[in-house]
Design a protein around this ligand. Structure first.
Ligand SMILES: [Zn+2]
Length: 345
């Protein structure tokens, strides 16, 4: 049953068309991996903890009920590619845990439980679940076990995407190991290929059956087409610019306002950031000049020099806080006013 899952996509040489539930969704080359990279793996914990048959033992009915629930909730919570890939990886693992020979089932759990004490991710997954190790005793336990296995695959996917986006990155060994998937380890590719006749023409249809296969599939096309994968200047996530070549914002919901995309509000946000910087610089400049002049005119007065030094050292901390969003323009201006008032001339 699990083997029916996968990301089904048509590659026409220029881009992808993903087939899902009767619909067709277009993605640029690189766009599948970029969408998947927006997934935050820790968010899956809350989803799994709400499994309606969490406490129940695996049976035909609890397996079916949980499978249906899981698929529904994933497509509600996540973007299309992300939902399909989570479902694919998790279903394959659950399939293995349920139907492998007994000796392999035991091996799977032994592997997951090995080094549990030193593994922060696995500890996070088991936290507040009422379990202290991975098992297949209940449906909840099975999903959490699959989550632990899947988390490892996702980390490998993300690492590979970083290598790809950085144009090879710095670590040559990592890049070589990754490229071996196209040479020595081609059996690790889980990609089905078939031809279909679409509107009188043969189309190449691929079914991608694991997170690692998705990045391998994308890597081949990204490298062949010399596609640029860049980070959005607003949200910081990877995306493939498809419009003007100088586009710097992605078309996903922005962190500031999910109703608007980064492209919609990016320029405005950066303009208002610049305006804020201009205001703080202007106000600081006035205070700075005042203390500097005082110090010049009264070199004998040590307190002026002390005040000036304190001002220039404290402003460094404020600049740092402003740059990292740890303080607002208003807070900065309030500090500046207070400084002037408490250090009278
Ligand atoms: Zn963005």
């Amino acid at each position: 049953m699990a083997m029916d899952f996968g990301l089904v996509t048509w590659f026409d040489g220029k881009g992808y068309k993903v087939f899902f539930d009767g619909g067709i969704y277009e993605y640029p080359i690189g766009g599948l991996a970029c969408e998947y990279s927006r997934f935050k793996p820790y968010t899956l914990k809350d989803v799994i903890m709400k499994c309606p048959v969490f406490e129940e033992a695996p049976s035909e009915s609890t397996i079916d009920e949980s499978a249906k629930w899981f698929s529904d909730v994933l497509f509600k919570e996540y973007d299309l590619v992300t939902a399909i890939m989570i479902l694919t990886d998790m279903s394959n693992l659950i399939h293995d845990y349920l139907w492998a020979e007994d000796k392999y089932k035991k091996q799977f759990m032994d592997d997951l439980n090995e080094g549990l004490q030193d593994d922060k991710v696995k500890q996070y997954i088991l936290e507040n679940s009422g379990m202290d190790k991975f098992s297949i005793d209940t449906m909840g336990a099975i999903y959490l076990s699959a989550y632990a296995g899947f988390a490892g695959s996702y980390v490998a996917f993300r690492h590979s995407l970083d290598l790809l986006a950085n144009d090879g990155g710095d670590d040559k060994d990592d890049v070589d190991a990754f490229l071996n998937f196209f040479g020595d380890y081609t059996e690790m590719q889980h990609i089905d290929y078939r031809l279909a006749l679409i509107e009188g023409k043969f189309a190449e249809i691929f079914t991608i059956k694991s997170s690692m296969s998705l990045i391998l599939f994308e890597t081949a096309h990204v490298m062949d087409s010399e596609t640029a994968i860049i980070k959005c200047k607003n949200c910081g996530q990877y995306f493939v610019p498809t419009g003007r070549s100088d586009s710097i914002y992605c078309s996903y919901p922005s962190p500031q306002d999910p109703e608007k995309t980064c492209k919609d509000i990016g320029a405005q946000v950066s303009r208002s950031n610049k305006e804020k910087t201009d205001v703080t610089t202007k106000e600081y400049r006035k205070v700075y000049m005042r203390y500097k002049m005082l110090m010049r005119r009264h070199p004998e007065e040590e307190s002026y020099e002390e005040q000036f030094n304190r001002l220039t050292s404290e402003v460094k901390e404020w600049r740092n806080k402003l740059a990292h969003g740890m303080a607002t323009t208003e807070e900065f201006l309030a500090w500046l006013t207070e400084f002037s008032e408490n250090n009278p001339k």
